[in-house]
Design a protein around this ligand. Structure first.
Ligand code: ARG
Length: 262
């Protein structure tokens, strides 16, 4: 009788154990990560039919594999990436996200995986030569990005000549429709756009003094306990050649790994 009671308690506990483990873990006991992104930022993350692909996706996949994590990447949009990490409903933000002091107050970051800088996209023949020339122009940006911050600093916060959009493709579309003279965003994104859409006749303008150098990282909720694991995964692929392979695939050249690890 007593034995039967113990047995049934044991069975109930065992059943609870497996079901709760299934809800948030994969086979080796690590939880399956919810990775959120704004998949409108080629070549870093974008939709290929119904699949999210890009440099970030490949880098994260390789780093997570090294670290032994299973995951799913979900396209939620840019502002929701931040909201989800703030509310702890997602584990990782993967979105060409620049590591900066402001964000470090509210989020944690992995080690850096990509060097970037803002540049200017404008119609060929534009008289814009440098960042300061944007001061009397209408400029389209994705809101909440470092590009938007840079343009706010140049034109003045709240200036109506700065048009802010939910994603970068909408900012470019605004210029295509003649609603803006320029778009400011990350160099690799603008360069890929100009190259892949020659019919638009857009040119990319660089200003090394006008725009800072930035580094992307995977972003996490503050005090997340998986930051170190994924940083280690990133360092492993930087060291074992996997990162170089991915970089070659997307950018057709060698990455400067020493600069990233400095
Ligand atoms: N690197 C810039 C930033 O962190 C822009 C990133 C935008 N990413 C995106 N997936 N839309 O502010």
């Amino acid at each position: 009788m007593l034995f039967a009671l113990f047995m049934s308690i044991f069975l109930v506990l065992a059943a609870c154990g497996t079901s709760s483990e299934k809800a948030n873990s994969d086979g080796d006991g690590k939880k399956k990560l919810r990775v959120v992104t704004d998949a409108a930022y080629a070549p870093f993350e974008y939709m290929d039919k119904d699949k999210i692909i890009g440099f970030d996706v490949d880098v994260f996949t390789a780093a997570a594999e090294e670290a032994g994590y299973d995951f799913e990447i979900v396209n939620v949009g840019w502002d929701p990436v931040f909201a989800e990490l703030e509310n702890d409903t997602a584990d990782v933000g993967l979105s060409a996200i620049t590591i900066n002091d402001d964000r470090l107050k509210s989020y944690d970051f992995s080690v850096p995986y990509f060097e970037s800088t803002n540049k200017i996209l404008a119609p060929e023949g534009t008289d814009i030569e440098k960042a300061a020339d944007l001061a009397d122009k209408t400029v389209a940006v994705q809101s909440g990005t470092t590009g938007a911050d840079a343009v706010d600093a140049l034109l003045g916060n709240g200036n109506k000549q700065v048009k802010k959009f939910e994603n970068n493709n909408l900012a470019i579309l605004e210029m295509k429709n003649k609603g803006a003279d320029a778009v400011v965003a990350d160099n690799a994104v603008l360069e890929a756009y100009a190259k892949n859409n020659p019919q638009d006749n857009f040119t990319v303008i660089e200003d090394k003094e006008g725009f800072e150098s930035e580094y992307y990282g995977f972003m996490f909720p503050k005090d997340s306990d998986i930051v170190d694991d994924l940083s280690k995964g990133l360092n492993a692929i930087l060291d074992n050649g996997k990162y170089t392979e991915i970089y070659q695939k997307w950018f057709g050249q060698e990455p400067d790994i020493d600069n990233l690890k400095a």
